[in-house]
Ligand binder design. Structure first.
Ligand code: AMP
Ligand code: ZN
Length: 466
C-alpha cells in the first residue's frame, strides 16, 4: 500500500487518487534565469522518482511541470543583457532540458511556461477581486489573507495574531499593503517598463505564486491529487498557491502535498545566493557521470537532508561501475539450463522489498539496499555455479523493473566482442586485397563507431578500444 507523508495533514497517509486509476500531479519547476544547480536537481529527481513510481504502480499519470520564465530576477538580468525575456531565457530552457534528460529525468506530459499563461492568471485575479479576496493598491493587486481564514494550514504557521483585517496598516515599510502578510498577485508596471501585460485592473506583471495556481488549475482542474516541490516552497509559495486557488474556486486545491528536503554543502543549503553550488555541468566537466550524480541524489530519501561531498560522488561512481559490471557478467556467463528455485525466491523477495521501501513514502535508500542485496546473492551464486538459465532471465527482468524507477543503470553501450572485431578486421583485409576500398573504409568506420581504433603496422593490423 503506497503511503506518502502529506505536509498538509502532517501525517503518513495511504495514497488514494481522487479519480480511479488516474493521478494528476503538479511539480514546481525551475526559474530559468541561469543553469540549475544539483540542489535544484535533487528536487527534480525526487519529482522523477515520484512520477516513475506512480507509473510502476500502474497509475495513469498527468504530470505538469512548469517553467517560471518571468520574475523580477529574470526581468533584471534580461535588461542587463539587453535582451527580451524570451531571448534571455531560451538558452537556459534548452540547457535545463538537456541536463534533465541526461539525468534520466522523464519529461512530464505538460511543461507550461508562465509567460504563455498570463490570461489565465488575469482571470483568477479578477475572480479574487470580485469576491473580496484581493484589492488594488497603487496599481498593484494584493491578496487579502484576512479573507482566507485557513491561511497557514500547510506551513502550520499561526497568523491569527498578525492578521488585523482590512483596516490596519501593520508594516510601515510596506505601506501599500493592508497587512504585512498580504502578497502581490500583480505588480504594477508603468507604460515605460519593458515587461508588462494589460489587464482589466491595469498594466503589470504577475507575482510568482499566481503563475503556479493558474497553470496547475488549467491543466489539472480546480482539485487534483499531488502537488510537490522543494521544502523552501512550502512557505510562502505553496501556502499562497492554496490561498489564491481555494480563494478563487472555493474548492480544495491539492489533496497531497509532498516536499523534498534540501541538498546541503557543509551544513548549508546549496544555493545560488550563498555561492556554494555546483551545476550539473560543473560536475560533468570534472568527469563525473550523469548516472552517478543521479545515484547520489537518490541515495538518501527525499524527506531527509542530503549532504553533498565529492567522496560520496566518487563512491557513487564505483558503486555504479560494480552494478553495471555485475549485469554484464550475468548476461555473458555460460550457464547450465534449468531453474534454481532458491534463487528465484531471492529475486522475488528483492522486488517485493524494493516495492515495500518505495511504498513507504518513497524510501529510495532502502529500495537501493534491496537491489544491492540481490546483486550480492547472485554474485555468490555465480561463484558457486548455481545460477541457471531461467534464473538469469528472471534476475535481469527484476533488475530492469527496479531500474524503471531508479534509472541508475543508464543505457548500455552495445559492446562489441573481441571475436567480432577480429572477424571484421579479417574481412577488411580481404576487401583490401580485392581492392574493394569502399568496403574496407566502411568496416573501419563501423569499428570506429563502436569505439575501436585500427592501426596498420608492418606486422599487420593492431586494434585497441578508445
Ligand atoms: P528555483 O529555480 O529557484 O525556482 O528552484 C527550483 C527548485 O529547486 C525548487 O523546488 C526549490 O525548492 C529547489 N531547490 C532549491 N535549492 C535546493 C537545494 N539546495 N536542495 C534541494 N532543492 C532545492
Ligand atoms: Zn510553484
Amino acid at each position: 500500500m503506497l503511503k506518502f507523508h502529506n505536509t498538509l495533514s502532517g501525517q503518513l497517509e495511504e495514497f488514494q487518487p481522487l479519480n480511479g486509476n488516474e493521478v494528476r500531479l503538479y511539480v514546481c519547476g525551475p526559474t530559468v534565469w541561469s543553469y540549475a544547480h544539483i540542489g535544484n536537481f535533487r528536487t527534480f529527481t525526487f519529482g522523477d522518482i515520484l512520477r516513475r513510481y506512480l507509473k510502476f504502480k500502474g497509475y495513469r499519470l498527468t504530470h505538469v511541470f512548469n517553467l517560471t520564465d518571468v520574475d523580477d530576477r529574470i526581468i533584471n538580468e534580461a535588461a542587463k543583457a539587453e535582451k527580451s525575456i524570451d531571448e534571455f531565457t531560451a538558452p537556459f530552457i534548452d540547457a535545463f532540458w538537456e541536463d534533465s534528460d541526461a539525468l534520466g529525468i522523464e519529461r512530464p506530459e505538460i511543461a507550461p511556461r508562465a509567460t504563455h499563461h498570463i490570461p489565465e492568471m488575469i482571470r483568477i485575479i479578477e475572480t479574487l477581486l470580485e469576491n473580496g479576496h484581493a484589492y488594488e493598491s497603487e496599481g498593484s493587486i494584493y491578496y487579502r489573507i484576512s479573507a482566507f481564514p485557513e491561511y497557514g494550514k500547510l506551513s502550520k504557521i499561526n497568523f491569527a495574531g498578525n492578521i488585523s483585517g482590512a483596516s490596519g496598516r501593520v508594516d510601515t515599510d510596506k505601506y501599500d499593503k493592508e497587512n504585512a502578510q498580504d502578497f502581490a498577485l500583480w505588480k504594477f508596471a508603468g507604460a515605460d517598463e519593458a515587461t508588462g501585460w494589460d489587464a482589466s485592473f491595469g498594466r503589470g506583471r504577475p507575482g510568482w505564486h499566481i503563475e503556479c495556481s493558474a497553470m496547475a488549475m488549467k491543466y489539472l482542474g480546480e482539485t487534483f491529487d499531488i502537488h510537490a516541490g522543494g521544502i523552501d516552497l512550502k512557505f510562502p509559495h505553496h501556502e499562497n498557491e492554496i490561498a489564491q486557488s481555494e480563494g478563487a474556486s472555493g474548492k480544495i486545491f491539492a489533496k497531497y502535498w509532498l516536499h523534498s528536503e534540501h541538498l546541503k554543502v557543509e551544513g548549508e543549503t546549496m544555493s545560488k545566493s550563498l555561492g556554494n553550488y555546483f551545476t550539473f555541468r560543473d560536475l560533468l566537466a570534472k568527469g563525473y557521470t550523469p548516472t552517478a550524480i543521479r545515484y547520489l541524489l537518490l541515495s538518501v530519501p527525499y524527506h531527509k537532508q542530503l549532504n553533498f561531498t565529492f567522496e560520496t560522488l566518487d563512491g557513487a561512481e564505483h558503486t555504479l561501475e560494480r552494478l553495471r559490471d555485475f549485469r554484464k557478467r550475468l548476461n555473458e556467463a555460460k550457464l547450465s539450463c534449468g531453474d534454481n528455485q532458491d534463487l528465484q525466491k531471492i529475486a522475488k523477495k528483492s522486488l517485493s522489498d524494493f516495492e515495500a521501501a518505495m511504498d513507504d513514502n518513497l524510501n529510495s535508500s532502502v529500495a537501493l539496499a534491496a537491489l544491492h542485496n540481490l546483486v550480492r546473492e547472485v554474485n555468490t551464486s555465480l561463484a558457486n555455479d548455481t545460477v541457471l538459465t531461467a534464473n538469469r532471465d528472471f534476475i535481469l527482468q527484476t533488475i530492469d523493473k527496479i531500474d524503471s524507477v531508479l534509472g541508475i543503470f543508464g543505457e548500455e553501450k552495445e559492446e562489441i566482442l573481441d571475436t567480432e572485431i577480429e572477424s571484421l578486421i579479417e574481412e577488411r583485409q580481404e576487401a583490401r586485397r580485392n581492392r574493394n576500398f569502399a568496403r574496407s573504409d566502411e568496416i573501419r568506420d563501423l569499428l570506429s563507431e563502436k569505439g575501436i581504433v585500427l592501426e596498420d603496422t608492418k606486422d599487420g593490423v593492431r586494434w585497441k578500444r578508445k
